[in-house]
Write a protein that binds this ligand. Sequence first.
Ligand SMILES: *Cc1c(COP(=O)(O)O)cnc(C)c1O
Length: 393
Amino acid sequence: MSAPSLPFLPYALPEIGEEEIAEVVDTLRSGWITTGPKTQRFERDFAAYLGGVGGEGLHAIAVNSATAGLHLALEALGIGPGDEVITTTHTFTATAEVVRYLGADVKLVDIDPATLNIDPQAVAAAIGPRTKAIVPVHYAGLAADMPALLDLARRHGLKVVEDAAHALPSTSRGALVGTLGSDATVFSFYANKTITTGEGGMLVTRDAALAARAKVMRLHGMSRDAFDRFTAQVPSWYYEIVAPGFKYNLTDIAAALGLHQLRRADDFQRRRARIAALYDEGFAGLPVITAPAAPAGEKHAWHIHALRLAPGAPVDRNTFIERLYTRGIGCSVHYIPLHLHPYWRDRYGLVPGMYPQSQAAYERLVSLPIYTRMSDGDVARVIEAVRAVLAGA
Ligand SMILES: *Cc1c(COP(=O)(O)O)cnc(C)c1O
């Protein structure tokens, strides 16, 4: 691979403004650097963002990663050994690994090639006597078919935990992901996600019992509630350990970033949607399958711009990515499907033929840069490079 031309346009960059920086500095000077007042404010603001003022009964629980949030949600729902959880093979391993943390089994299913989201028909076919939950992923920021999945869950008595790591803000039938009626929804604030706290996540639920359990398990299984029942005054030093919990709390340093990132979430989304529109126009006539779009009137968070090379393309996916790199443009691939990774393949005896849609998509997929710090010039440069490479140049 020859050296890229400069300046290199990376695949992703966070957008951190002066307000975020000032808020972090304020936190550092305040003396309260771990979970405290800013984390509480971030939780309140997040619930209000999704559910309006007061959050309409939404509990938002800040955690140090989406992986932690998914683990806490499934733990609170009682998923354990002997249980099976259905999810998509076309995701990041975090979606599925948390099921294994709990000693339960993962049942991977294929995607709908039109959306690259989990296929409800494949889910229906995979439901068995051990099935306890479905974990859909809103791939790239396009909402999965939640009406169909929630209906399946209702009919079979299954729990639903949404992996919304890509989906802030995304809508389904006009409602924001996080308010769609599943048991819990988990967002990610990892460095390259649509808003970031460096590392972080948010578990959102309307289920008060789930929220209470997740809060206890987020911090070592520590509770002050037992004491509350017997006396009005809990000494500040008193707590009880009610379970072997985890260390999943978000710091106030991270929450300081989140407070301002959240305020910018809608502007960020508009900018990414604009870049997606420019890409669609710019790629007209090329041998590509354009990135799946949201239905009219729905919001797509556009965390990922997933382009597929069409069968008539003059280069294969790997060569395409190499040529773009040579032209100074960073790309990625989302995802190497779970069924191809040694752990998942060997654990469940999986072969590519079991997932024809995910497999076919994977072989042609490339994720192009799509982030708010890209200028119109940067976008034009990507379009020009893609056109040149696909012209065989
Ligand atoms: C990023 C991501 C996660 C994990 O998020 P963390 O905050 O890094 O734990 C989970 N699922 C999907 C689909 C992701 O893209």
